[in-house]
Design a protein around this ligand. Structure first.
Ligand SMILES: [Zn+2]
Length: 478
């Protein structure tokens, strides 16, 4: 029998592939199907799509119109909320059960510590066991969950199994429920976005239409979803999470009660939507230098590399993003934790229950602080991406070696967010620890080659400086 070939719909590369039951060709390793179901090879895929994730609160299920007519609108909404809560509880419970089981199975498959180094991870095929443990989960959910668990286990394996320096990862209820993107659809109706999601096992699917929150807080996330609605992007996966609700989150929608008679807590349902978005293509040239500074969170300046262009004041101007509120947040958070832990010192001899309650009371602050930092790093990286896009630069060179401005900050998260946002726009992201823009600390206004931005490392900049002769560093801050 002649071999079947998988052909890339873009570059026409051919790779022999196995036939599937329905006669089509199985996608070779690393290949994917695009939004119109055409095969794309790994190389073309990387140049055409970027993976992004957006997290949006679910504001509620949309009851079926026929049901609303039958029992009345309000009752139909109540009914669909009940069904949705039950489906999510069952899904989160199953995910928690499978995740913890899978970690134990992975650990069991490890041989005892012998020799002088940790061997490769023994192969463990967990899928059949996971299916029988949680028949209420769909195939795609089980595969995605096991993938996530094995990934986390692989990262912590050295510390947990070999060094015995930490315990095995454990999963607390509610472990996020992943749903494969294949059967998820997105719709936009008069600016309101909704997703249709199947929950449950493959043979007893329960479909829900869920309305997503709108408003300016989610403008970026919804703009990403609009690519899916228009057919340019594709949903890879939707993960449902439960998050503690703040008093200000109206329409929280769910509630949870921890064991031991704990008070009811209002929670809200979040949908983390993982999508493939098209890489945007634009004519770009030039470099934007971005670096962290001693007196601002970020500073940037751009250099045009058009031949013969004057490196004018505008190009050499250093712009700061001060973000004073970050310093305040970090300081407040630290002092609050410090004050709380002072009260817990052993000599105060609190009863165990009091101590536990005080420790538990910290959890919401810590979570809130992390969420604040998460949105701040998103905003700051989006700002840099917007600036780079607006100036049509081809490359962003980033240097975050100066970290004194805030002494406890998720620098790595800021960098990775900046990187993927820029790559999504088709802008190259380069890291440099010897970033040539020592502009933030440069002595200003010396019309000589040493007074301006030190840009020796950039060929384009050298050209520009040769043309203009005097690059003046206009400092916007003193
Ligand atoms: Zn290709």
């Amino acid at each position: 029998m002649a071999g079947r070939f998988a052909v890339c719909s873009r570059c026409k590369a051919r790779v022999s592939g196995a036939s599937m039951a329905d006669g089509s060709v199985r996608a070779p390793r690393g290949w994917k199907r695009d939004q119109s179901d055409a095969l794309v090879c790994a190389k073309c895929w990387r140049t055409a799509f970027v993976l992004r994730a957006v997290t949006i609160p679910v504001s509620g299920p949309i009851p079926e119109a026929s049901r609303a007519e039958e029992i009345g609108g309000h009752a139909a909404i109540e009914e669909s909320w009940r069904a949705l809560r039950a489906a999510l509880r069952s899904g989160w419970g199953a995910c928690t059960r499978v995740a913890n089981w899978a970690v134990r199975e992975l650990a069991k498959s490890e041989p005892p510590r012998t020799g002088d180094r940790l061997g490769p991870r023994p192969h463990a095929y967990l899928y059949p066991g996971a299916r029988s443990l949680a028949p209420e989960l769909g195939t795609a959910s089980v595969v995605a969950l096991l993938h996530a668990v094995e990934g986390k286990y692989g990262k912590e394996r050295f510390d947990a199994i070999w060094l015995c320096a930490r315990s095995l990862p454990s999963y607390r209820y509610p472990t996020p429920l992943p749903i494969g993107g294949r059967n998820v659809t997105v719709a936009e109706n008069a600016g309101v976005f909704s997703i249709a999601v199947p929950f449950g096992a493959d043979d007893s699917l329960q479909r829900f239409a869920l309305r997503l929150r709108g408003g300016h807080n989610y403008a970026r996330a919804l703009a990403a979803l609009r690519h899916v609605v228009s057919g340019a992007g594709k949903i890879a996966e939707v993960v449902f999470l439960e998050q503690d609700a703040q008093a200000s989150d109206h329409r929280a929608g769910a509630e949870r009660r921890d064991p031991g008679g704990a008070p009811r807590r209002a929670t809200r349902i979040m949908a983390k939507i993982v999508l493939w978005l098209p890489v945007q293509t634009r004519d770009r040239s030039g470099v934007l230098y971005v670096r962290t500074a001693k007196d601002a969170l970020l500073t940037w300046c751009s250099v045009a590399d058009t031949k013969g262009a004057e490196l004018g004041d505008e190009a050499a101007t250093v712009y700061p993003y001060n973000a004073d509120h970050v310093r305040r947040w970090v300081a407040e958070h630290r002092s609050r934790l410090q004050r709380a832990s002072d009260d817990l010192k052993r000599e105060k001899r609190w009863p165990k229950a009091v101590r536990e309650a005080q420790v538990a009371a910290r959890e919401p602050w810590v979570e809130k602080f992390h969420r604040r930092m998460d949105s701040l790093t998103h905003e700051a990286s989006a700002m840099i991406a917007r600036i780079a896009d607006g100036r049509k630069v081809a490359t962003v060179i980033y240097d975050d070696s100066e970290r004194r401005y805030v002494d406890s900050f998720p620098w790595h998260a800021l960098k990775t967010k900046m990187q993927y946002k820029l790559e999504g726009l088709g802008i190259e992201f380069r890291e440099s620890t010897t970033c040539p823009t020592d502009v933030a600390g440069a002595t200003p206004a010396e019309p000589s080659t040493s007074g301006g931005p030190r840009l020796e490392r950039s060929g384009s900049a050298r050209r520009s400086r040769g043309a203009s002769g005097s690059a003046k560093a206009t400092r916007t801050r003193s």
